[in-house]
Design a protein around this ligand. Structure first.
Ligand SMILES: *Cc1c(COP(=O)(O)O)cnc(C)c1O
Length: 374
């Protein structure tokens, strides 16, 4: 069976480097905090063209810490997309804030700046400056959000911009790395992401030194010194072992992203002229990193079954937009109110995508799709 991601193939390609790095940490037996973590934080901030970063336990925690350290909480509204992994919205409500979903662009599947602007225009008429305090654009599937209009809107309405970069390590928007455009960027190192740890991990990046200082304090029980707690925080640290693994893998990230782009091009060349198949868009201002290769297809469930019978995995990201999830029933958002997200959720299908994927396998997958359509 061809999987969606092949972490074993990746490990085989870097086995000696990773084993050596892990052994180094175990022999030094410095597990919480340490040199590997310090170096990784520097290297990853640098990779994002930023000055500061703070490692943490997961992408979810990265978002939670960034929102909380930005001073957002009860009574505030944070705007995001309904077409994302639930963590984006969970982090908002974990901080005590309310979540507002704005529909997506039908081509990038990311939050639609026009719909955002319309919403804020109306909302500000009702409540003056409004209670919207922040905005979380999600660079979905590895394609950046159209950040120029987003930043203009954010300036007009004084919104803090927290980029969810969990699917877009290394992607660029008009030459700028994602995570370096808004006030702060949040990344996940979940094993299957473009840069993945061997367990849960995440990081917050920013040029705002104070913000990162506060995040570091929050992530470590609100303390600056061992038993001096300035506030109540939590335990959300990135451990030294994961940092050592991530340092090794960061060196390969650019190459791996290039391999993903080559594979996406192969898929798209094969699929571009097939009726009824919508291939991923790559806007002229975007450098896509193809965390996922997602097509839209009307009868995607049948196609998924046919692929499975032929030995190919596929997956759906995401079958139910957040506003229609049971978890968000309390928001009382009726069906058809965010129609683009609902339509994409009904038709999207993610095909196998990883740097080591054989081009022959891509051709086989595309042949099956062609025959199924024809
Ligand atoms: C993976 C992901 C997260 C959460 O990251 P974890 O490390 O799994 O907590 C958040 N947002 C998006 C868009 C993601 O894909």
């Amino acid at each position: 069976m061809i999987p969606m991601v092949d972490l074993k193939a990746q490990y085989r390609s870097i086995k000696d480097e990773v084993n050596q790095a892990m052994q180094g940490v175990i022999e030094a037996s410095q597990f919480i905090g340490g040199e590997e973590l310090k170096q990784f934080e520097k290297e990853f901030a640098n990779y994002c063209d930023l000055k500061y970063s703070c490692g943490c336990s997961s992408g979810t925690d990265a978002l939670y810490l960034a929102i909380r350290a930005s001073g957002i909480g009860k009574g505030d509204i944070v705007i995001t997309t309904p077409f994302t992994f639930i963590a984006t919205a969970e982090a908002i409500t974990l901080c005590g804030a309310g979540v507002k979903f704005i529909d997506i662009d039908p081509d990038t599947y990311c939050i639609d700046p026009n719909k955002l602007d319309n919403y804020l225009k109306k909302a500000s008429k009702i409540s003056g400056s409004g209670s919207a305090k922040a905005l979380i654009p999600v660079h979905l599937y590895g394609h950046p959000v159209d950040m120029k209009p987003i930043m203009e809107i954010a300036r007009e309405y004084e919104l803090i911009v927290i980029e969810d970069c969990a699917q877009a390590h290394g992607a660029r928007y008009r030459g700028k790395r994602v995570g370096s455009i808004g006030n702060v960027g949040c990344f996940s190192f979940f094993p299957g992401k473009n840069l993945g740890a061997y367990g849960d991990a995440g990081i917050v990046v920013s040029n705002d030194e104070n913000l990162i200082k506060n995040i570091r304090m929050l992530a470590n029980h609100g303390r600056k010194e061992k038993y001096k707690h300035f506030m109540e925080g939590t335990n959300s640290r990135l451990d030294n072992l994961q940092a050592a693994i991530l340092r090794v893998k960061l060196k390969h990230l650019e190459r791996w992203n290039e391999f993903r782009r080559e594979r996406a091009e192969r898929y798209s060349a094969n699929l571009k002229n097939i009726d009824g198949v919508k291939i991923p868009i790559n806007r002229e201002w975007a450098e896509h990193v193809y965390h996922l290769y997602v097509i839209l297809f009307e009868k995607r469930d049948r196609l998924s079954d046919i692929l499975k019978n032929a030995g190919f995995s596929s997956a759906i990201h995401y079958p139910i937009p957040l506003h229609l999830q049971s978890a968000y029933k309390y928001l009382n958002i009726p069906q058809n109110s965010l129609p683009v997200a609902e339509e994409v959720a009904r038709r999207c299908l993610s095909l196998p995508m990883y740097p080591e994927l054989d081009f022959d396998k891509i051709d086989e997958i595309c042949e099956i799709i062609k025959n199924h359509v024809g």
